[in-house]
Design a protein. Structure first.
Ligand code: F6P
Length: 548
């Protein structure tokens, strides 16, 4: 039997006996008035209130024992020391090095600062208008071509920190195109000027078909305005990848290549040169502040004991919810319009990392791992899926994310007062929802009307930020990254590989020529559903082209 299995842990077996002893959250609050103050963890500008989780002192003691039994602090030390924690690919996972201050990086990691310096030079050139398009005009628009980790992180951060844009960066508009079908490009290319548009090709592997298809389409679009291909590659493309050879083979000159390394996982790569669109759109100093905030969280994660450690608590509470309370769904609810893309960013971070069913040594698991995770801006989701949270049949754990202060930098704005009032309303909604989810009818009224019955007892945590700043966002993202690692340690799995996404890519490559050539779907030894769908698509396309 594997040493990695959660179900073999003594502490876990003891924890499994505890759910029965946990009263309804309304009773937990009634019985212990200090709960809201005591069940809380602080980490710099972030705090985690977990008093609305269905936990008690014995549960916390059990979670502490579990952390000790798996030697969570020791495993964190191994992560930071650069040990090959990604066993299946024999790689380190050193994303923390990307935000470590240069003077604290060992010699073999000074490459991190070298690339940041190269990135700074490129950003300056572009923002100052020294970098010119093929006809000599300055760049006005940048389009990032990338998908997954090469898209979601930069997109999320760029949107979240817009109000921190430095004056030098205001000359540029930064756009994102990720979808393999070209829809986003189709919209963008209609409006963009080829003479003044720069494309950043973000791909760790530089083999991802989604990104390369977009890059090839764009190159052909530019080619219809300028036939000098060498000039186009030099003036209109920058690549960010761990494969300089593949970037060169695509035609990118060395000066247009920004590097990172195989020890940076794709979904942990926004801190590397994949963050170029962040620096272009907000300014390099803002990007550095983001790194500094993440580094503060790294230090907290490495040093705080498990029950005072914010990422470890997120992880331990997740294990309690999934494996002891059998809660298999997790909602991410930022009460902040700026964090619009945070849920989709976390969907990849958590589910691509921990959506696993074998241990890190490849043995099958006999328990659940990553829950289904989804989310939306909280106040909007109130008008969408909260009905299910309040009165559905599905237990769901939620993370509420909220910034206490907002609009401080907009005091000069004519409608400042109105916006501040809106933020108050937003806060009231956030607190009201977590309160009603926890307490149910006990929050205000008792009723016999079955349609107005709120059972409550839906657990949640509230992550409170002083304000949303580059530093606090960096810390928030790093907290979730570390939660994912800590949870993987507890589950005994490897969060740093993603073999599950490979097979679909291979099969798509087999199917594509069949569709393109209108080949005989029947002969391709496909299942009957795929055959029938392929034939229908072929017929529909022929009809549209007028071939029949
Ligand atoms: O297919 C999944 C994945 O490999 C992700 O892990 C990654 O973030 C994304 O594709 C993009 O990969 P790349 O940066 O190599 O283009």
């Amino acid at each position: 039997m594997s040493d990695d299995l959660l179900t073999q842990r003594k502490a876990f077996k003891e924890l499994q006996a505890l759910p029965e002893s946990i009263p309804h959250l309304a009773d937990l609050f009634a019985d212990r008035p200090g709960r809201g103050v005591e069940y809380r963890v602080e980490a710099g500008s972030l705090s985690l209130d977990y008093s609305k989780q269905r936990v008690s002192d014995p549960v916390l003691a059990g979670l502490q024992q579990l952390a000790d039994e798996v030697d969570l602090p020791g495993r964190v030390a191994a992560l930071f020391a650069g040990e090959p924690v990604n066993i299946s690919e024999n790689r380190a996972a050193l994303h923390s090095a990307l935000r470590t201050p240069t003077h604290r990086l060992p010699d073999h990691l000074q490459c991190v600062e070298e690339q940041l310096q190269r990135m700074t030079l490129l950003v300056d050139k572009i923002q100052l208008g020294v970098w010119r398009g093929f006809s000599g005009k300055r760049i006005t628009d940048v389009v990032n071509l990338g998908v997954g980790g090469s898209d979601l992180g930069p997109l999320m951060v760029t949107q979240a920190l817009k109000e921190y844009t430095l004056p030098a960066a205001r000359t540029l508009k930064v756009h994102f195109a990720s979808t393999i079908d070209g829809s986003q490009l189709f919209d963008l290319l209609e409006h963009l000027n080829p003479e003044t548009t720069l494309f950043t090709i973000a791909s760790k592997s530089f083999t991802t078909i989604d990104t390369l298809s977009n890059a090839n389409t764009v190159r052909s679009w530019l080619g219809s305005y300028c036939q000098d291909s060498e000039l186009l590659h030099r003036c209109h493309f920058i690549g960010m990848s761990a494969s300089p050879e593949k970037m060169s083979a695509w035609g990118l000159p060395e000066a247009n290549q920004l590097l990172f390394w195989d020890w940076v996982g794709g979904r942990f790569s926004l801190w590397a040169t994949i963050g170029l669109p962040i620096a272009l759109s907000l300014g390099m100093p803002v990007f550095r502040q983001l790194l500094a905030g993440a580094h503060q969280m790294d230090e907290h994660f490495r040093s705080a004991p498990p029950l005072q450690n914010l990422p470890m608590m997120l992880a331990l509470l997740g294990i309690w919810n999934v494996n002891c309370l059998d809660i298999r769904a997790h909602a991410i609810l930022p009460y902040d319009g700026r964090l619009k893309y945070f849920p989709s960013y976390l969907e990849q971070l958590e589910m691509e990392s921990n959506g696993k069913s074998v241990t890190r040594h490849g043995e099958p698991l006999n328990y659940a791992t990553c829950p289904v995770l989804w989310g939306e801006i909280g106040a909007n989701a109130q008008h969408a899926f909260y009905q299910l949270l309040h009165q559905g049949t599905q237990p769901v754990a939620s993370d509420f994310i909220l910034a206490a202060a907002r609009y401080d930098s907009a005091r000069h704005y004519a409608h400042y007062e109105e916006l501040v009032a809106q933020h108050e309303l937003n806060i009231a909604n956030c607190l009201a929802q977590s309160r009603v989810l926890a307490l149910g009818n006990a929050a205000v009224e008792v009723t016999d009307n079955p349609f107005r019955h709120y059972p409550g007892n839906q657990p949640s945590s509230t992550l409170l930020l002083d304000q949303l700043t580059p530093e606090s966002l960096g810390a928030l993202i790093a907290a979730y990254e570390h939660k994912v690692f800590a949870q993987a340690v507890l589950w005994g799995i490897n969060p740093f590989d993603q073999w599950g996404v490979e097979l679909g890519k291979q099969v798509a490559l087999q199917l594509q020529p069949l569709l393109a050539s209108c080949g005989d779907a029947t002969e391709a030894q496909l299942d009957s559903s795929t055959q029938s769908l392929a034939r229908s698509i072929q017929r529909l396309r022929q009809a549209q082209r007028g071939d029949v």
